[in-house]
Design a protein around this ligand. Structure first.
Ligand code: GLN
Length: 199
């Protein structure tokens, strides 16, 4: 299984480093263009700046390719800006222009809803089915999940608030597992994706 990390902007090295702890080097592919995208069986969408990532996805012609693969059940894990890009829609109010979204996760989110950079925070996250105690949640200018529709399922919570959702093999988190030094979520996603690709 070849695993891609969208390498246009944002926390790309951090995802690559986390995944390097779990995979042989040759199975890890930074995705920058249609030819590298064609090699991968799954893709991580990193945190960063969703407006910039959306613009670069369009400039590199990756946007329509990713959109159509998502419709065919292509597995993707999006963190923070990555979740924003996967969302069904965005609630206005973040200030500035919102990016277009891919609509692969049935959630409404609002960007930057916990405040500016200085309001970034860390805290324990409860992840369904993950053993070994709470997951260290790193939230950086995080979006807030305002609404989860019938086609998505929450799998992670901070207190009572949903901070992770999935629709089959499309997963999104408002926090950054790639910045936590904890590989459990990456590992669990890859295990499920591996099963879905083999079956
Ligand atoms: N605030 C960023 C955005 O709206 C996301 C922040 C992040 O990915 N750390 O795109």
């Amino acid at each position: 299984m070849k695993v891609g990390v969208l390498a246009l902007q944002g926390n790309v090295p951090e995802h690559l480093q986390a995944l390097a702890g779990l995979l042989p080097k040759g199975d890890l592919v930074p995705v920058r263009d249609p030819s590298t995208f064609a090699q991968v069986d799954t893709l991580f969408l990193p945190g960063g700046e969703s407006t910039t990532i959306a613009r670069l996805l369009k400039e590199t012609h990756l946007w329509p390719l990713l959109a159509s693969r998502l419709k065919e059940g292509f597995p993707v894990l999006g963190t923070c800006a990555g979740l924003i890009l996967l969302a069904r829609d965005l609630a206005p109010g973040s200030g500035g222009r919102d990016p277009p979204t891919l609509g692969a996760l049935d959630v409404r989110v609002r960007r930057n809803d916990y405040g500016a950079q200085r309001e970034s925070f860390e805290g324990p996250v409860r992840v369904q089915g993950l053993s070994g105690g709470p997951f260290p949640g790193v939230f950086i200018r995080a979006p807030r999940i305002l609404d989860v529709g019938p086609n998505a399922e929450p799998f992670a919570w901070r207190d009572q608030e949903v901070v992770g959702v999935r629709a089959g093999v499309v997963w999104g988190t408002t926090f950054h597992p790639e910045l936590s030094g904890d590989l459990r979520l990456h590992r669990r996603f890859l295990a499920e994706v591996g099963r879905s690709i083999r079956t």
